[in-house]
Write a protein that binds this ligand. Structure first.
Ligand code: GLN
Length: 469
């Protein structure tokens, strides 16, 4: 399968309808002739990943005219390996959001619903998902801090992969919450997604959080020694803590149908428990805004981006008027993050959240058969309860039309935060996870989660499932 190259007029029409790109390049036809592992493939890049030949806006007024002098490592790798970039894709401002509605360029709409007006795409990698769904590109890069690749992938009935934390370089990816940020890949085709992953899966000395070469070798060693590539039957855990009330029937039946297909294929389904999953949402919304506050402090009107022309640095009034250009949701996060880092709250909330995060990591780690190379705890493996993969839903709801949101849903931020309940635990634990469409063409996602570093196991499994569907 490959995306159809469009004329500029067709591109303009789709752009007007779905608001997919923040910047479109006209000369992609030339680029798609390149050779290399990604030769002939066209892609979109989320507009929080820097590119030297196109602006990088983060969907924010504050960076509306920002032009990076260099390419992010992932962009360099794509270009070097033959990928052609069609444009930069729309997003929730700085990656903050889950509906694709918080960009200064306006919301992105879901091409899965060509006849229905303005159904949300989900975010924050909304444009990256929409470009794939509309067949404008073969794949896109997004970023996933708490679910931003997986949620729009589910709403678009496509694949969305969030690799292990540190697997793919973040150099040149504008930070939201750096202990959670990852670059992810979206595609309709699992084979293409894997090719892109293979190109991007490299140690990068420019990224201090890049997974070290010796650990990559260690993981590969275990993968080979245990012959995981040849594995046919997997042990798949389903955590009881992911059971939620009020999940639409359509989603539940897609999930149960998928599980029964897996059982028919001979995979073993194992009930597991990870009690700390219930803490994931509050942990995430304590830690991520605190990190965001520190990352956003660089937009001060001096070093990057917008500067209020009326204000003067010598009058000491530059900062506030400049920062009024952040959108509403980003300002919410700045308030929340600063609060979380204030004296009492720092002790009572922030430190506590960090401790609870470690507990969640340990609990998630303990369910896997494969060792965690970061924790060096090989000895506790091989219990009969250990699993190869965990399975759960990606989203607890279906995408809605913009008109169908109640004012409470739009005004109270926590109503949006709750969307990420199934995606955050893996982000907090840094685990590789793929959202796949259990029923092609339906806006529903199921996640397949692997042990830290075992991204290949997740992708092997998905390729196998894809070939039986
Ligand atoms: N929806 C989550 C948030 O707003 C996750 C965003 C993301 O993964 N970038 O923070």
């Amino acid at each position: 399968m490959s995306a159809r190259l469009r004329t500029l007029a067709e591109l303009a029409e789709l752009q007007a309808k779905y608001n997919i790109f923040t910047h479109l390049k006209g000369d992609v036809l030339k680029g798609s002739q390149r050779s290399g592992p990604l030769g002939g493939l066209v892609c979109g890049i989320k507009d929080n990943i820097v590119t030297k030949d196109m602006p990088t806006t983060c969907g924010s007024e504050i960076l509306r005219d920002y032009q990076s002098p260099f390419d992010a490592t992932v962009v360099k790798l794509l270009k070097k390996n033959g990928g052609a970039i069609l444009g930069k894709t729309n997003l929730d401002e700085f990656g903050m959001g889950s509906r694709g509605m918080h960009s200064c360029f306006g919301p992105t709409y879901n091409p899965l619903y060509p006849e229905t007006d303005q159904v949300i795409m989900g975010g924050s990698s909304s444009g990256s998902a929409a470009a794939v769904v509309a067949d404008l590109v073969d794949f896109s890069l997004g970023t996933d801090t708490g679910g931003s690749v997986r949620l729009p992938a589910a709403y678009g009935s496509i694949y969305g992969f969030k690799p292990s934390y540190g697997r793919i370089s973040r150099y040149g990816v504008i930070a939201y919450a750096q202990s959670l940020d990852t670059v992810g890949i979206l595609s309709k085709d699992i084979g293409i997604l894997r090719k892109v992953y293979n190109v991007l899966n490299n140690y990068d000395e420019k990224d201090p959080t890049s997974l070290e070469e010796k650990l990559r070798v260690k993981i590969q060693g275990y993968y080979k020694e245990q012959k995981l590539k040849e594995k046919k039957k997997y042990r798949i855990g389903i955590a009881r803590e992911f059971n939620q009330e009020n999940i639409p029937e359509e989603i539940m039946s897609a999930l149960t149908g998928f599980i029964s297909t897996l059982m028919k294929q001979g995979h073993e389904i194992i009930p597991i428990s990870i009690p700390s999953i219930k803490n994931a949402l509050p942990i995430y919304y304590t830690i991520s805004p605190a990190e965001a506050v520190s990352n956003l402090s660089r937009y001060d009107g001096i070093r990057y981006g917008y500067r209020d022309s009326e204000s003067d640095i010598s009058d000491n009034i530059l900062f506030a008027p400049t920062r009024k250009n952040f959108g509403k949701e980003v300002r919410n996060r700045i308030l929340l993050g600063n609060y979380n880092l204030c004296s009492d709250s720092f002790k009572n909330n922030y430190i506590r959240a960090q401790k609870l995060r470690v507990q969640l990591i340990d609990e998630m780690d303990a369910v896997f058969e494969a060792p965690n190379v970061l924790l060096n705890n090989k000895e506790k493996r091989h219990s009969s309860d250990n699993v190869d993969l965990i399975l759960c839903l990606t989203s607890m709801n279906l995408p809605k039309g913009l008109k169908n949101f109640s004012s409470a849903e739009l005004e109270i931020p926590t109503n949006e935060y709750i969307n990420d309940i199934f995606t955050m635990p893996m982000s907090l634990a840094g685990l590789p996870t793929l959202s796949l469409p259990p029923v092609k063409g339906k806006p529903i996602g199921v996640q397949i989660i692997g042990q830290y570093g075992f991204d290949d196991v997740v992708l092997d499994f998905a390729e196998r499932v894809d070939s039986i569907q």
